[in-house]
Design a protein around this ligand. Structure first.
Ligand code: GDP
Length: 297
């Protein structure tokens, strides 16, 4: 995902570390290149700007430029700022799934990987946390999507709410809640319908479902390959339905990585997981340290 950015930054920092003594102008010139590399990775302009400003402020002081290894110190500053921009201040939260049955609302555009991610997370909760999970598809417009969740459920050994033709999304959500309580489930996951674009009908439906389920977590699934669009989608969903965290899918692809770098700073919402492929185990907790390491090579 971050290959180009990583190559570009690698080039800049190689030169800096080989150079020995550094002047303020050297640092400023290097940071100009960093800014271009970030923009080419589809990082949003305000984020790239404030990133470079923060690094420059810390890296042009005498403590760095007059030190024995100024280049390495600049790289360390960049590393720390990357972590800050990726995850904000503080460490990430775990999913709030106490007080069973805990509802998790899954939202996002069609094709973002929502159904796949629902199943991946359900499997993770079952395997790692020994939770009993119930999944329900609310995508009444696309029977194939409902079938898809049922098939995935069978594949991973997680129950799905039986499909009752003719029900609307709110009715399904009510039935899922009831079934989760009666059946002694720890968690129930509601895989809402997606549309190709955000529209009022979609948002009204998600809001109605949210009001019925009162979710502990509302996870927005967005396609990491779509860069700044992914961030715009997150901003809109958060304004309309409130999002507690983001899952970035297709981080195994050759996208430029800008969505990961801009998401937290622009939306204020944490990235909780990243999708790394089509298989049911291809999901990881979002780890800013690991990603910063990957970016800096
Ligand atoms: P939905 O319409 O949002 O429910 O999307 P789906 O879950 O049906 O996913 C659409 C396609 O993207 C499927 O072919 C998935 O296998 C694929 N997909 C989902 N997540 C990932 C991911 O993290 N990496 C890759 N490479 N493919 C993914």
């Amino acid at each position: 995902m971050f290959e180009n950015l990583s190559d570009r930054l690698g080039g800049v920092f190689d030169r800096l570390t080989k150079q020995g003594a550094l002047s303020e102008d050297d640092v400023t010139a290097a940071m100009r290149e960093v800014r271009v590399a970030l923009l080419e990775a589809d990082v949003s302009l305000p984020v790239a700007r404030s990133f470079v400003k923060a690094v420059t402020g810390k890296a042009t002081g005498a403590a760095v430029t007059k030190s024995v290894t100024p280049g390495q110190q600049v790289v360390k500053i960049v590393h720390d700022e990357l972590i800050k921009v990726l995850q904000g201040e503080g460490e990430p939260d775990a999913l709030r799934i106490d007080n069973p049955p805990a509802p998790i609302l899954m939202v996002g555009l069609q094709g973002s990987g929502k159904t796949t991610t629902t199943a991946k997370l359900a499997k993770r909760l079952k395997d790692r946390e020994k939770k009993r999970v119930l999944m329900a598809s609310l995508d009444t417009n696309r029977p194939a999507a409902m079938e898809q969740l049922a098939i995935l459920g069978t594949q991973i050994g997680v129950d799905t709410l039986p499909i009752v033709p003719g029900e609307n999304a709110v009715q399904i959500a009510r039935r899922a809640k009831q079934q989760a309580s009666l059946g002694g489930y720890d968690v129930y996951m509601l895989d809402t319908a997606g549309r190709l674009h955000i529209d009022q009908v979609l948002m009204d439906e998600v809001q109605a479902v949210r009001d019925v389920a009162n979710p502990r977590e509302t996870l927005l699934v967005v396609d990491g390959l779509t860069g700044q669009d992914a961030v715009n989608v997150a901003t809109e969903f958060d304004a309309k339905v409130g999002v507690s965290g983001v899952v970035l899918t297709r981080m195994d692809g050759d996208g430029r990585g800008g969505a990961a770098l801009s998401m937290r700073a622009v939306t204020g919402k944490p990235i909780r997981f990243v999708g790394l492929g089509e298989k049911m185990d291809a999901i990881e907790v979002f780890d800013a340290h690991r990603i910063a390491g990957r970016i800096l090579g």
